[in-house]
Design a binder for this molecule. Structure first.
Ligand code: ATP
Ligand code: MG
Length: 156
């Protein structure tokens, strides 16, 4: 994504234990990350660009954060950026092309996975995308109601 030539530093931290699982379509998740990181690169306006990807453990969920120190998004635009065809004024007036569908696809994919996505940002300072997806808990499948003896139809 031109990160090297544009002098953008990419950092990755994964604080989730290796046994942790989520149920997800890897191709779709790749699309999510590509879109979000693609935006971070496209809307980078700093000499020393920086993108941090963090995978965090949150009890029953895995939290994915992609933070950049790019141009940021004005508070009035923030609620709309996941809408289809929405582009901020500053993006429409800039040289960077785009149709404003990237984040609407991202939100659809995350919600299809039962997850949530939102953004926080400070204009001029940077943007952070936050995603939460529930962990796959094996016990949920194997769990047997303790009141019912699986070898017997009758209640204990
Ligand atoms: N990391 C970011 N930094 C600054 N602005 C952003 C960032 N990500 C998204 N935006 C703003 O949100 C708008 C919507 O993003 P989205 O990815 O949906 O569309 P796009 O990048 O303009 O076009 P497309 O993704 O379809 O090529 C962008 O036009 C831009 O104004
Ligand atoms: Mg985009």
């Amino acid at each position: 994504m031109d990160m090297d030539s544009r002098g953008i530093e990419l950092n990755y931290t994964n604080l989730v234990s290796p046994q942790t699982r989520i149920i997800a379509d890897p191709e779709q998740m790749k699309r999510v990350i590509n879109n979000i990181v693609g935006n971070s690169v496209k809307y980078m306006d700093k000499e020393k660009g920086r993108i941090d990807i963090r995978i965090l453990d949150e009890q029953d969920s895995v939290r994915i954060e992609v933070e950049d120190n790019g141009k940021g998004i004005a508070a009035r635009d923030l609620p709309n950026i996941f809408d289809r065809f929405y582009r901020t004024d500053s993006s429409r007036n800039s040289a960077q092309g785009g149709s404003g569908i990237g984040l609407s696809i991202v939100r659809k994919i995350i919600e299809d996975h039962g997850g949530y996505i939102w953004a926080t940002s400070r204009e001029g300072e940077g943007t952070c995308m936050h995603m939460v997806i529930r962990k796959y808990l094996e016990q949920e499948d194997d769990m047997v109601d303790p009141m019912i003896d699986p070898m017997d139809d009758e209640m204990i």
